[in-house]
Design a binder for this molecule. Sequence first.
Ligand SMILES: Cc1cc2nc3c(=O)[nH]c(=O)nc-3n(C[C@H](O)[C@H](O)[C@H](O)COP(=O)(O)OP(=O)(O)OC[C@H]3O[C@@H](n4cnc5c(N)ncnc54)[C@H](O)[C@@H]3O)c2cc1C
Length: 478
Amino acid sequence: MAKVVIIGAGFAGHTAAMYLGGVLGKQHDITMINQSDRFLFVPSLVWVGVGHMDVEKTRFPLKPVYDRMHVKFVLGRATEVHPDDQYVVVEMKDGTGGTKQVPYDYLVVATGPQLDFAATPGLGPDHGNTYSICTSGHALQAREQYLGAVERMKKGERQRIVIGTGHPGATCQGAAFEYVTNVHKDLVRRGVRDKADLTFLTNERALGDFGVRGVHVKQHGNVVSSEDFIRAVFKEYGINGEIQKGVVGVEPGRVHWQDFAANDGATDFDYAMLIPRFTGMPLKYIGKDGEDVSSKVVNPLGFVTVDGIYGLPYPTLAENPDAWPSVYQNPNYRNIFAGGIAFAPPGPISQPHVNPRNLSISAAPPRTGMVSGIIGRIIAMNIIDLIQQGRMTHHERMSEMFAACIASMGDSLWDGSAAVIVVYPVVPDVRRFPNEEGRDMFVTHMEMGLAGAWMKRMIHSTFMWKLQGKIGWKIIPE
Ligand SMILES: Cc1cc2nc3c(=O)[nH]c(=O)nc-3n(C[C@H](O)[C@H](O)[C@H](O)COP(=O)(O)OP(=O)(O)OC[C@H]3O[C@@H](n4cnc5c(N)ncnc54)[C@H](O)[C@@H]3O)c2cc1C
């Protein structure tokens, strides 16, 4: 009987657990270790952050799903992995207060991001001056602060709202874009939009870059870029877009940044939501003699190294789509896999920029919910393969992956809107698609309208259905 352990029940790990449990759960030992007893549908936190969704609608309990799927559930925080002796140490959160060793034959690390607020002095809700919508607790705090600003506007005060990225190397610009447009729509609805100055502050080279080198589509014979698209939205909504800015510190009411040309500058705010840098979740990797073997498993930022080609200079990487991992397997410990945000990408997708003062201001590559779910499925199918036939038959690089992203711009089903962006492949592949974009111009698509708002709402409900393993979950794609 094989033992498969997954750490982290997010999009990657939970998807992997459902496939593994469904196929192997009755004959083998599948265990999920997660530090929370509930799944969190992170994308809908945008709506929690403007007070349009109850946080309970973004969560469901994991154990009943795993009981049905023949997956054992350990409620606790994994602190150590012993790759030579093949076990994980877990700090239990079940009220016992103890630790537990969970042995494995195969390990899936799917721990998502550590929100590295400390990398930007003064950033974050706990020890800083800004808010975040990256966890349910953060989204609730952001909502309270945002609604406080709304109250001040109702009393006639002008408020400066700044939303964007809070570190020169941050990712997740899509979530910040979604939040700023939802804030705009909400302020219109509450009748106070004229009292707010809205700024989108980003480390992107251009609006609409999203860390994936932007998107270009053919519309009525013309090529339209995501930059044109976002610029038009911002113009219509009266949002001030500030690009090429790496946030280096925040004091109460003021964000300090450096730009591409190394100018220092500052943006003042009354309420700010800035996404921090993401690093890997801190786990200790300990060898058989008690030595630190982290360098065999993770890169300096704590992301698990897998079967990608690391260390290539950007121009070479940009021309080599095969540098992106295909099976998400650690080369030193071949029974360790990593999916979602936890795996180390081989480098940026968007062209990086180092300014004359040596500050790298570069949008890091996103690993969105859909990408994370697909990788979780690939890892699960390969572990099933290895257990059943001794070799892996599934692979999918991000340079082969299709992704759809629906960024809501107001959640109302009557006058809401959403930008629907479909990209194929996520990482441009100039070999297969020898155009300037390296993407399939027939499949890659961008659309905006009310239908998108309906689709975004449907996605919330459909995915909550799928991720609870309800009837037909497998036919709903990741
Ligand atoms: C506000 C916001 C909006 C977004 N909107 C979209 C969107 O519209 N579409 C989209 O595709 N993507 C979106 N994303 C991105 C998406 O949420 C992430 O890509 C996705 O959550 C990554 O999945 P993951 O499985 O890697 O990590 P996560 O979803 O972060 O899951 C990691 C899990 O591991 C657990 N964990 C971590 N460390 C440990 C440990 N040591 N022990 C035990 N458990 C641990 C965590 O508690 C968590 O349950 C959005 C992100 C944000 C922040």
